[in-house]
Design a protein around this ligand. Structure first.
Ligand SMILES: Cc1cc2nc3c(=O)[nH]c(=O)nc-3n(C[C@H](O)[C@H](O)[C@H](O)COP(=O)(O)O)c2cc1C
Length: 337
């Protein structure tokens, strides 16, 4: 009997296959389908800082004008449904998800600046979330703001969040730090229980006919996994927070690679959007098959087998690899294509 079980954020999970934050986790019927297909946990779509602060501002406006005296007061509330779930509806969603599912439900807050919005974490906890993911999607575009200030902001956010909740907190990050390892270490010191590597940067495209910048969300491909494998393999041997991989997990082999790099769980969005929710059970089946063929009894046995402390050539994770990769390219190979 092959044992797929794992632990993540203090939760016992039946497998390392987690559905990451996406429109698929937005309604309870889909969440139930994910559970039935074998997802070990689900991360709900993010509640965005902007949604919380916009509602707070609208409420201030209503209160200052006397909500009861003005029937138009309701119109001050922005239409949150147009760009996601508003704060109140979000808490309802957490409650309903918890009632409908037996697998753990992870809430998600998405924001970048210090502020009262972070206190919403407590409400998500009270609504029943088993853990919380903080997605700090921050694009540094100001000429005035340096790396140190930005990194400090991440740490302050995590400290602030941890001070507000008792449930475990994972931090979802982009890879664009000068010193990723140091950043991971500082987030550890700030209290992060897990790091989710990595956010994808949705680069806009140019529409040359319309002369416009257009949003362009493409689903991931398996090549994107490599950056995650690199950092998880490097960090899993060195830091306390658990590591989750998000980005580029599409096949059972991808799952195995993630675990062997040292991840506690791997997360799925693009693979499920492309293949349907039932793909979770297909992946689990293929994972069991792969493990059987390669004589592994459990996920625990595989974990970290290819991290930096377990491989014969740890230098392959650093500059030596860069040199070797460049040196390994032959023009003959490129001509054969
Ligand atoms: C349509 C769409 C919506 C998403 N919404 C969120 C979100 O609200 N919060 C979040 O943290 N990540 C969100 N993500 C990112 C996914 O959780 C995931 O990290 C990313 O897609 C990379 O994983 P993948 O390669 O499995 O797709 C979204 C992704 C997609 C495609």
């Amino acid at each position: 009997m092959i044992d797929l079980s794992t632990e993540y954020l203090g939760l016992s999970l039946q497998s390392p296959l987690v559905a990451s934050s996406s429109p698929l986790t937005k309604d309870v019927a889909n969440l139930k389908r994910l559970e039935d297909a074998g997802a070990a946990a689900v991360v709900l779509p993010s509640l965005f800082e902007e949604q919380i602060t916009a509602e707070a501002e609208a409420l201030d406006q209503v209160l200052s004008q006397g909500a009861d005296s003005s029937p138009e007061a309701q119109s001050y509330f922005p239409d949150f449904q147009s760009y996601g779930i508003g704060p109140k509806a979000y808490l309802d969603h957490v409650c309903r998800a918890k009632k409908a599912l037996t697998i753990p439900v992870i809430g998600s807050l998405n924001g970048v600046s210090p502020g009262v919005w972070i206190r919403y974490a407590r409400e998500i906890e009270q609504a029943g979330a088993d853990a919380l993911e903080l997605n700090v999607f921050f694009l540094a575009t100001s000429l005035e703001v340096g790396a140190q200030e930005i990194e400090q902001r991440y740490c302050d956010l995590v400290r602030d969040l941890k001070a507000n909740v008792r449930i475990p907190v994972a931090v979802k990050l982009a890879p664009y730090f000068t010193s990723m390892a140091n950043m991971a270490h500082r987030l550890d010191q700030a209290g992060a229980d897990a790091l989710v590597l990595f956010n994808r940067f949705y680069q806009p495209d140019f529409d040359l006919e319309a002369m416009e910048v257009t949003p362009n969300l493409k689903l991931s491909n398996a090549d994107e996994l490599r950056l995650r494998l690199h950092w998880v393999a490097l960090l899993s041997a060195q830091i306390r927070p658990e590591l989750a991989i998000t980005g580029g997990v599409h096949t059972a082999e991808d799952v195995v690679k993630g675990i062997m790099a040292g991840a506690k769980v791997v997360m799925l969005t693009s693979a499920l959007l492309a293949n349907g929710v039932s793909y979770v059970s297909e992946l689990a089946g293929r994972l069991v098959e792969w493990m059987g063929e390669h004589e592994y009894d459990s996920v625990r046995q595989m974990r970290g087998a290819l991290n930096v402390s377990s491989v014969a050539q740890p230098e392959m994770f650093a500059r030596a690899n860069y040199l070797k990769v460049l040196g390994s390219y032959t023009l003959e190979a490129s001509h054969r294509r």
